[in-house]
Ligand binder design. Sequence first.
Ligand SMILES: [Zn+2]
Length: 730
Amino acid sequence: MIQRLLIYSFFLTFGGVIWGQTHFGPPSLQEKIAEHNLSKTCHSGSNPGLIGTGRDAFSKVEPPQWFTPGADRMSNIVVSYSQGFPEEARAALEYALDIWGQILNSEITIWVNANWGTLNTGVLAQAGPETLHSNFPGATSANKYFPGALANALSVSDLSPGEPDLNITFGGEINWYFGLDGNTPGGKYDFVTVALHEVSHGLGFIGSATHNGNSGFTGVSGTPLIYDVFVETSDGTSILSFNSGTVDLGEALESDALFWNGAEGWANSTIGRPRLYAPPNWNGGSSFSHLRENTYPSGTENSLMTPFLGTAEAIHSPGPVTEGMFKDMGWSMDLISENCEILSAVSGLQLPCNPETSTYTQQVVITYENNPTIGVIVVNGTTHTIGSSPQTVTLVNQPADGLPVDVEVYFTSQPDCIMTFPAAYTAIDPCCLDLRILEVNPVTKTITINNMGNCDDGLDGFSLFSDFSEVDLVSLVTPGYVFIAGETLEVVWSDWDPTFLYTNEGELSLVNPVNQVIDYVQWGSPNHAAELNAVANNIWENHDFIAGEPPFIYIGTGGFGVAEWSFVPYECNVIEASAGATSECDLNSGLYTQEINLTLLDPPASGEITLNGQGFLLDGDNTSSLSGAAILATLTLEDLVSDGLTVDLNVTFVADDACGAVFSEVFSAPEICFCLNDANFDGSINVGDILLVLAEFSCSAGCTADVTGDGNVNVSDLLSILAEFGQSCI
Ligand SMILES: [Zn+2]
């Protein structure tokens, strides 16, 4: 691999030595390198390039439209700062690198050495590529030198690993303005501008031509730079067709008529071929490798790469000409497509009008081709991430005025890729209703609504929602109904089937055309279907509900929540009684116990309840919540006499005579189990029982004296009585 690189690429590292300019004769290779270095061609000692004019220009060129501050760079650029490089200067340099970084595409990291030093008087900064490469894989032109960063990008490999790709030195004694806003005050030089200019040189805006006062020279040890390839005279003669070291070339270089003939640079120019700086007296470091000052004066969009910079002059854009020149030299900006075209913009989904703002949401489906992928797509002034065609963009808060809408679409990175589609869709009609629920009665299924707004409108899009049932309000009124401002409307939702468990339990949402819950009320129990939605819209508190019966009437003055509603208080009520477990008849006492389940509503706070004369205290051990205000009480009646009979239940509250109930035949007592031998039920087992057995002896049906229960009156009954003879049964 290394060998291959050695074969294909010859790379040259420029040293730090600044050589004086040769006067006559062809400069040596070393001198050419030195000349190249000092100018790079900008800004060096004897022949300064970007000259600080010291005159306030009070001009400003804004960053390119494709530039988004803080957005990702298309290429990774890493700066190594020298000691003493001020923090604010670093921020300004990084900002300049962001600008190039957002358009130049390289997969190979660009390494920048940034130095803070002392330069000759009037020199703002100097810069140039650190390495040059030729004939590497990916080179777009044979036998030409490419600056390191461009060569790496083209070959998709680092051709000089460990080496910086460009060097920049900024003058430490310049009266700099480090702000990023381009509002450069009088007397100060805009650092971002100078950084952007120097970085441009380092990335490739640099030619090889030199002049010794007599003859002109091109090439570095005989090899031209890629920049040179595109330079021509006014009659279209390539500068490389002149022999290096000739007076003819020298004259061409001082002709004030050198042009760039690259197709991209030319295409981006509004005045024909871009014109280079080639003054009649060779200006080393400035001539050849800049745009012509008088053609691109201060404040114009292509003025960055001219050789002079004023104070109070900010140029934060490379300008289309320089961008095109970079493309000509091989820099990939192919993310910006020349053939970009926006083909159509048609209406997609149109959402209903939001009455709060009389606005709506409109989707527009845009088709385009050859689109750039950096920057954003702008649709009627709103910015959207660039997707893939056909792309649906959503325009929110569009004014609902019922009028046709033109759609203008363009890409920020390529503002000339723009198209306007007249009357692409029609806006929705205006809307204005401001509705509130005034009264709800789930028993009569009536709902009263107030138009609190100040205009009249139809009810289109409004709906009522209750535990997964929904109804459009328009279906509850006569066709064409217009809700007059300030009036109230009572509707009957006859299909509504609100829940009744032990009490009325449910919810009602009023939903506007854009599916927002705009009013809400919940009663009887929490956790109904739309509760969370209402909570999210700040019109109800979590788990709040009206603990009472309808009608529910809004008594607030505009606020929301359970406290704003009146209702009929629950009344104490014994809703239901049922039998729980029944114990066996106790053989020793003849008694049993009976568990009773009571469904109670709003019992008195004292909790004292009486069941068939037995008193209980309701508490957490014997009650549980059912739903809403209903509770289940489980109480056990003790010492009941087993007599096989059905039992009614009489429930009363000590603190509320009016709240009570009698339930018939709630449970049945077990059959009697005690003193079965007291055949004649006279309270003791005695001779009377024996006499009854004898009287019914041999009875086999309906026999009173069959104390053993075997169906017959016989000797076993006698023996049973004798076994308990004399026992009292009371
Ligand atoms: Zn320059």
